[in-house]
Design a protein. Structure first.
Length: 160
């Protein structure tokens, strides 16, 4: 919510703060951080729930904000070209991005010769399919809320 002293609903686009998981998307890994997302004059602010650290993203630095269709994700794109950086804000806890390692040896399953079908490949596909189903289900009640955030960010970028 805009926290500017003396600001009224008519002065700013208002969205309620939201508990989200911030996931900076970059090559080499992704780490999720649970916290609170707020929109303040001139900045999108994420406050980490564990450390209390504030990450302020100036609205002027946001190239694009959009809802990822069929998921509870607000995608924020900063910069462009080589300087591009994407940050995903999950409005529902994100599922694990990789399958959990199994306790036993990976065994080759009886499959046609040369098919490359291994237990780990099938497990990865099953986990991805499960994750897509989870995200789709989780997004059902959050679509309008995320769209409000997208509109508020766009309005904030245009000066209110």
């Amino acid at each position: 919510m805009w926290s500017s002293p003396g600001a009224t609903r008519e002065d700013w686009s208002v969205v309620d703060e939201a508990v989200v998981w911030m996931v900076p998307l970059r090559h080499g890994g992704t780490v999720e951080h649970k916290g609170v997302l707020t929109l303040e004059p001139g900045s999108l602010v994420f406050t980490d729930s564990r450390s209390g650290e504030r990450v302020e993203i100036p609205l002027a630095d946001i190239n694009k904000a959009r809802r990822v269709r069929g998921s509870p994700i607000l995608m924020v794109i900063l910069g462009d070209g080589r300087a591009r950086s994407d940050v995903a804000f999950y409005f529902a806890q994100p599922p694990p991005l990789r399958p959990q390692p199994s306790s036993g040896e990976l065994r080759r399953i009886f499959a046609p010769l040369g098919s490359g079908d291994t237990t780990s490949e099938r497990t990865t596909k099953r986990v991805k399919r499960s994750n897509v189903g989870y995200l789709s289900t989780a997004s059902a009640g959050l679509k309008s809320r995320i769209e409000e955030w997208v509109e508020a960010i766009r309005a904030g970028r245009q000066g209110g």
